[in-house]
Design a protein around this ligand. Structure first.
Ligand code: DAH
Length: 403
């Protein structure tokens, strides 16, 4: 049998221009109804391709918007699209026919893709035109004001305290927020199981292989220990920082701030402590002659220990520092206990000194009339705008500390 009689060319008009196709010839009739020979397939294929091309190009050109265009694209060229489906029929052709048909197929595909791109450009331009017509910019509208940020009262107070003690020759010292038992308690003369530890309930980290547990420091006093271990006297440091306790109510927050002072030398005595604190209180509250009283107290790491009160008046609900006949407690202090010096490798027969610890929020509240401790940490911008400080108003003793 010689099924192929002749192959001759056929010109097909497409949207993308003329391309050249092939047309097979019919075999003479055979018995029964066998599958059509390859050239018969090719013939039908070309017709199908042309119909499909014309249909899809029309659909592309008629797509009213980008969504509809995308749908046409998927129907045409998608994985389950019509062009793809037709492509599968190439499998039944002999290699030579398949090659020619495949080329036609690709041309049709490219023509459809090009038509889609062109339509997409048109639709996008139309959409932009519509948007430009719809959205108008009012250039006469005044610009939104930019608000300057402000300094949180904690940072402000911190800077004020550092400025005051800096003037007295104190260097700022730092320690980690995560401490171990030795620095937070033992070296500060809190024996294990001593009831004084109960006042310092804090947050503990998971137990370590050696059985110890790190904790969030309950006070800034461990910085005393770290400094004395690393530096021989004379020592004069101020250690401001974050501290933690497992406490939360009107007057306690789980995280708060303290600053610690430590002075160690051969002849440092309580008179120096008193003079230093007097100087601090008057500079900080910006009041001359604030009467102070030292009330006996107890801290494991100082002996003797005292709590310091300052004169104030609360008449008419207004707090005034330095006047009146009330007392206000502001800090704890004392002479460093010989056991603390020993634990830090300092000879208590030769050296002695004083220490003090102050709550930063507390003195900020007193100076700036902030009634509720918890508001410091609520991050309410209205509160910050009200109580905050201008960023470039860095506190100095000569320039003024407060506002
Ligand atoms: N560490 C103490 C506390 O948090 C405060 C304190 C009191 C610190 C007396 C001192 C001091 O250095 O001498 O309760």
């Amino acid at each position: 049998m010689c099924p192929m009689r002749v192959l001759h060319g056929r010109a097909v008009q497409t949207g993308a221009g003329l391309f050249f196709g092939v047309r097979g010839c019919y075999a003479t009739a055979t018995i029964g109804a066998p599958a059509p020979p390859p050239h018969r397939l090719m013939d039908g294929y070309m017709d199908d391709l042309e119909t499909l091309r014309a249909e899809l190009i029309t659909a592309v050109e008629d797509a009213p918007d980008l969504g509809a265009l995308e749908e046409v694209r998927v129907t045409a060229l998608g994985k389950k699209g019509r062009v793809t489906a037709l492509m599968k029929s190439l499998g039944g052709m002999d290699p030579e026919t398949r090659k020619a048909a495949g080329q036609e197929m690709n041309r049709v595909k490219d023509a459809i893709a090009a038509a889609i791109e062109a339509r997409k450009g048109e639709l996008e331009a139309a959409e932009l035109d519509a948007r430009l017509a719809r959205e108008r910019i009012d250039v006469t509208l005044s610009a939104r004001p930019e608000r300057a940020g402000s300094i949180h009262p904690i940072s402000q107070t911190w800077d004020e305290v550092v400025a005051i003690f800096g003037q007295m020759g104190f260097a700022v010292a730092e320690g980690p927020d995560i401490e171990d038992d030795f620095h937070n308690f033992t070296a500060l003369n809190f024996p294990p199981d001593h009831p004084a530890r109960e006042m310092h309930d804090t947050f503990f980290l998971p137990q370590r292989p050696d059985g110890s547990r790190h904790l969030l420091r309950t006070h800034t006093s461990p910085v005393q220990v770290r400094t004395m271990i690393h530096q021989p006297p004379p020592i004069r440091i101020l250690a401001p920082g974050r501290t933690y306790r497992s406490d939360s109510d009107m007057t306690h927050t789980p995280m708060f701030h303290q600053f610690e002072g430590l002075v160690i030398d051969e002849t440092t005595h309580m008179g120096h402590l008193k003079g230093c604190l007097q100087e601090f209180v008057e500079a900080y509250f910006e009041v001359d002659d604030v009467p102070m009283r030292f009330r006996p107290s107890f801290f494991p790491f100082t002996e003797p220990s005292a709590e310091v009160d300052i004169r104030c008046s609360r008449k008419g609900g207004e707090l005034r520092i330095g006047a009146g006949d009330d007392w206000l407690e502001i800090l704890g202090c004392g002479m460093v206990h010989p056991n603390v010096l020993k634990a830090c490798g300092i000879d208590p027969a030769r050296y002695q000194g004083f220490a003090f610890g102050v709550g930063l929020e507390r003195i900020a509240m007193l100076k700036y009339g902030i009634p509720d401790l918890r508001t410091f940490f609520e991050s309410d911008l209205r509160w910050l705008r009200h109580y905050g400080f201008a960023a470039l108003d860095v506190p100095t003793l000569h320039g003024g500390l407060g506002r």
